[in-house]
Design a protein around this ligand. Structure first.
Ligand code: GCU
Length: 732
């Protein structure tokens, strides 16, 4: 393979790890396809002997998930030892590892212990599968089999992933909405065509304990329910079922019209109700354990019950009742804004703020949805901005099943170019205390049905998966999926533990600490130059990648005298007042409001004094520069890993970091120029001014040109990296 212009040994002066510290120099190239399921050969003789003892296997229990667990065990042991596994009779003596289904354990839970032999027990086939992956993870992390003793069960019952894959490539959004690193992994022209990627993807999901997958865009096309799709959907469901994953699809609310030929999609019309019942029955005849539908209705131009003067509850009921007899779930999305809500909101200011919209659309419907409806709420209220506080709606609907929706697709976080690992942010959201009433409970407890009288819901995330050979476009974006799955299973895991686990599984013990510390710092660095203090929406309006603060003055609340949105109850839109009183008070006061959402809740003068004595504008300038410097540091750190990581994966990340530096500079220069132009307050350090001849200080049109030039360059590089990392078997 070709690595152009980036292979320098470098002095590694900024790196925490020197080449010498790594045990292997230039390990064999890897594409990243195996992700964290690599099972590399173990050379240490003692560890090797311990692993050899795990080759003799016995098993009680059967079913697809049990067979998959054994399959995975065989694959891993062969990888670690180079030897085949020997399967013994269930009651035979001499097994080094016993797989057991034990109904006394929680259904999806497992227990691993060693008492002369290793026992992996699961409460069901799925539990056993999760236990097997957990045991293999421990082995890959270097835990001695004899030291293994762990019992675990998932915190949240439904742990989903939502693909935004298009059945037909969209001219603007591409093959997958908001994913730029590659195209859909699904061959929509014929889903029945065997593709090993489907199985390997199912393995990845199972290894993280994810148990549901919705395969198509929420901006759904009716064709997904075309009877011609059924054999393909069935084939996919058959593959994913073996790994404990139930299939769901997103549907178009207007399907009775667009697909069924009816004159209306009114959810109260008997013909419409009958059409949904028949369509759903056909689906379940082919896929008896089908998971259900995801619906984006009355949102961003999508059809919905509002088109017929019906409420979200009425719209959902028609679909939920078709699914209920089969045990299907309806995930009804709450990402709704733009309607005139002045009748429901306390004042015009509240009605004018998008952050309030979902709350005022849905709060009054609490307790009215059918039992199999889960209201799917984004983790934050305006959209998936880099740092928004957790959505207040989670504290407002204790009698409704709720799903917490994260976004792995790096729509606002630098797409396939920037490293911005959201693990720490997600952990904060999951652990944010929000449950109403006595006893409290955090967001993870609310959606788990473990807070007061809250009902069990789900956690989900918009996927970042694509057909790049490394699955994500940017190799290290795999850390996002990894973190999501691990936190969905156990929201109390420390993010720093998750990043270390991931780094070690991906690159081995030598570079793990260095890679993990880079991941840990990456999100804050990205926020500093793209979304300082929770400002948000400073990007260009279509692709959400390049900076364009000029077009977002109103959204970000930027005026000559200051910036940020006043969302306090006293003088602003009142969104802060929707939180339980403790949080409401903290957010409403500039002296207690966390800095990362200061400008989300407050409109402040440019010269507002920050805690450290700097003016706000100076803190903005400094943050932009610090963020870029941090990224430079990341590249230097990565340079120091040369030789510790195989050349292919090393060069891939190095190239991405080089691009990130350029784009981060682009963000820094545009934002600083914009802040200076708007505020008239110069940088204390004189790092730039409006007269500077440097290309970074050009007038706005000049900046636009600079962004265009950058974009063209990125597209060329994307094509080059893409060509190198594309999956030969992938669908293009
Ligand atoms: C954002 C995103 C859209 C997406 C929408 C949603 O607005 O930009 O691409 O469709 O969220 O979550 O429905």
């Amino acid at each position: 393979m070709e690595h152009t212009g980036v292979v320098e040994t470098g002095s590694g002066t900024h790196s925490a790890v020197s080449v010498e510290m790594c045990s292997e120099k230039f390990p064999p190239d890897e594409s990243g396809y195996e992700a964290w399921l690599r099972y590399p050969p173990v050379k240490d003789p003692e560890r090797r002997a311990a692993l050899d003892s795990l080759r003799r296997v016995s098993c009680t229990g059967d079913g697809p998930c049990v067979f998959s667990a054994l399959d995975e065990w065989e694959r891993a042991i062969r990888g670690f030892t180079g030897q085949a596994v020997e399967f013994l009779q269930a009651d035979a003596r001499g097994a080094g590892v016993r797989f057991v289904v034990d109904g006394s354990l929680p259904d999806e839970g497992y227990r691993i212990l060693h008492d002369g032999a290793l026992t992996v027990a699961g409460g069901s086939g799925r539990g056993l599968l999760y236990g097997t992956f957990a045991a293999l993870r421990e082995l890959a992390l270097g835990t001695e089999p004899a030291a293994m003793a762990v019992a675990s069960a998932p915190h949240i019952p439904q742990r989903m992933l939502n693909h935004w894959d298009n059945l037909v490539e969209d001219p603007v959004m591409g093959s997958i909405e908001r994913v730029r690193g590659g195209k859909t992994i699904f061959d929509w022209t014929d889903l029945t065509r065997p593709n090993p990627r489907y199985r390997d993807y199912a393995r990845m999901l199972a290894s993280l304990g994810l148990n549901g997958l919705c395969i198509n865009n929420v901006n759904a096309t009716p064709e997904i329910l075309d009877p011609a799709m059924l054999p393909g959907l069935k084939a996919l469901a058959d593959t994913f079922r073996k790994w404990g994953v139930r299939l769901c699809v997103s549907i178009d609310f207007a399907s009775p019209v667009t697909l069924g030929g009816l004159p209306t999609a009114d959810p109260l019309d008997p013909r419409v109700i009958a059409w949904w019942v028949e369509t759903v029955d056909d689906l379940y005849a082919a896929i008896p354990d089908f998971g259900g539908f995801v619906v984006k209705a009355d949102s961003e131009g999508r059809p919905g019950p509002g088109d017929y003067g019906r409420s979200h509850m009425e719209g959902s009921r028609c679909l939920a009742r078709a699914l209920a007899p089969h045990g299907g779930t309806l995930f009804w999305r709450a990402f709704v804004y733009g309607r005139d809500l002045s009748e429901r909101t306390p004042n015009e200011r509240a009605a004018g703020d998008r952050a309030n919209h979902a709350s005022y659309e849905f709060m009054h419907l609490d307790g009215q949805f059918d039992d199999n409806v889960v209201l799917q709420v984004k983790c934050s209220a305006t959209d998936f901005q880099v740092w928004e506080p957790p959505h207040a709606l989670f504290g407002k609907m204790p009698r409704t099943r709720l799903a917490l929706e994260f976004q792995l697709a790096p729509e606002y976080t630098g797409q396939d170019i920037h490293l911005a690992w959201p693990g720490p942010y997600w952990a904060r959201v999951l652990n944010f205390g929000m449950a109403p009433g006595a006893g409290g409970g955090c967001l993870a407890d609310i959606v788990a049905g473990r807070a007061g009288s809250c009902l069990p819901g789900a956690v989900t995330a918009v996927a970042n998966t694509c057909n790049a050979r490394n699955w994500f476009g940017h190799l290290l974006s795999g850390a996002d999926l990894y973190a999501y799955g691990r936190l969905a299973w156990n929201p109390t895991l420390a993010p720093a533990e998750v990043s270390r686990e991931y780094a070690r599984l991906l690159f081995g013990a030598g570079p793990a600490e260095t890679v993990a510390s880079l991941l840990d710092r990456s999100y804050d660095a990205y926020a500093q130059y793209s979304s300082p203090f929770g400002l948000g929406f400073l990007c260009e309006a279509v692709h959400h990648f390049d900076p364009d603060p000029w077009d977002n003055r109103a959204t970000a609340g930027i005026t000559g005298s200051g910036l940020g949105r006043d969302r306090t109850a006293a003088t602003g839109s009142g969104y802060a007042g929707l939180y339980p009183s403790g949080h409401a008070a903290v957010f409403a006061d500039t002296s207690t409001c966390p800095p990362e959402c200061l400008l989300y809740f407050h409109h402040l003068p440019w010269t507002h004094r920050m805690h450290d004595g700097r003016t706000l504008i100076q803190a903005l300038y400094d943050g932009c520069f610090e963020g870029v410097e941090a990224v430079r540091g990341f590249r230097e750190t990565w340079r120091g890993l040369h030789g510790c990581i195989d050349l292919e994966r090393w060069a891939h990340v190095y190239e991405k970091l080089a691009l990130q530096i350029e784009h981060a500079e682009c963000w820094r220069d545009l934002l600083c120029r914009f802040f200076l132009e708007t505020s008239g307050v110069p940088d204390d350090h004189g790092r730039f001014d409006l007269r500077s001849p440097s290309p970074h200080a050009r007038v706005r049109s000049g900046f636009k040109q600079a962004v265009e030039d950058y974009r063209a360059r990125v597209e060329r590089l994307r094509a080059r990296i893409g060509a190198r990392t594309a999956d030969g078997s992938a669908i293009s």
